[in-house]
Design a protein around this ligand. Structure first.
Ligand SMILES: C[S@@+](CC[C@H](N)C(=O)[O-])C[C@H]1O[C@@H](n2cnc3c(N)ncnc32)[C@H](O)[C@@H]1O
Length: 219
């Protein structure tokens, strides 16, 4: 562990976080469904979104440090939801342009309205689409905890990208492991930061080249 709270992988260590089995349930669990509904409800209330987002400020600051996100990076946020506080905070703290992708048409319409109300359409672009099928170009992708299917989305994002393209993936805590899709624990991240914030346990950094190699080797 370094002073910045980032835990970097030790070469040759397979499981950085032991105790996880890694699996790929395809359904969004109860907490994820509740969060989506909550976001739909609060999307029309920018002040509430800002307050909700404040709780995630440190999460986003740690992720920016983890992936060394800079203003010149093209940042892609997978799963922005109806209340895209991750994208709003990433834009504010890095100055980078953020493209958001969500597969829920209602969430996309609401998030787009919110961004226009805030006058931030120059820095945050909301697009409809399933990241498991296609995604806009990026230098860094930040992947929501509720993303389904995690490995499929990561592989799709990594395919054809420069090996150094960065992917930050949020992972769930052990107590709610069955409610979120998870990556196989044999997939070793380059580095991780811990949040211990309810269902959100940590964010892990992967490189596109490592992901492509993993999928090729695992078949
Ligand atoms: C409830 S939101 C939480 C995100 C939160 N608002 C933020 O700013 O971090 C999670 C979103 O992920 C989206 N999602 C899940 N899997 C996806 C995929 N494969 N492609 C695009 N969006 C996805 C869901 O539609 C949902 O809106």
């Amino acid at each position: 562990m370094f002073g910045d709270g980032i835990v970097r992988a030790t070469p040759g260590l397979a499981a950085v976080h032991p105790g996880k089995t890694g699996d790929c349930g395809a359904q969004l669990g109860a907490i994820g469904r509740f969060t989506s509904r909550l976001e739909h409800w609060m999307s029309g209330l920018p002040l509430l979104v800002a307050l909700y987002g404040r709780a995630y400020r440190h999460v986003i600051e740690r992720e920016i440090a983890l992936a060394e996100i800079e203003s010149r990076d093209r940042v892609l946020n997978i799963g922005c939801g109806a209340a895209p506080f991750t994208a709003l905070l990433l834009a504010r703290h890095t100055g980078a342009r953020i493209t958001c992708l969500d597969r829920d048409p209602q969430a996309v319409a609401q998030a787009g309205r919110l961004v226009r109300r805030l006058g931030l359409q120059g820095s945050v672009d909301i697009q409809l689409g399933d990241a498991a099928h296609s995604a806009p170009p990026f230098d860094v992708a930040v992947v929501a905890l509720q993303t389904i299917p995690k490995l499929g989305v990561l592989h799709r994002l990594a395919a054809g990208k420069p090996p150094g393209a960065r992917l930050v993936v949020r992972e769930s805590a052990e107590w709610c492991r069955d409610m979120y899709d998870r990556l196989p624990c044999s997939l070793t991240p380059r580095a991780q930061v811990w949040h211990h914030m309810g269902a959100l346990e940590r964010s892990a950094l992967y490189l596109a080249g490592d992901l492509c190699r993993f999928v090729q080797e695992e078949g």
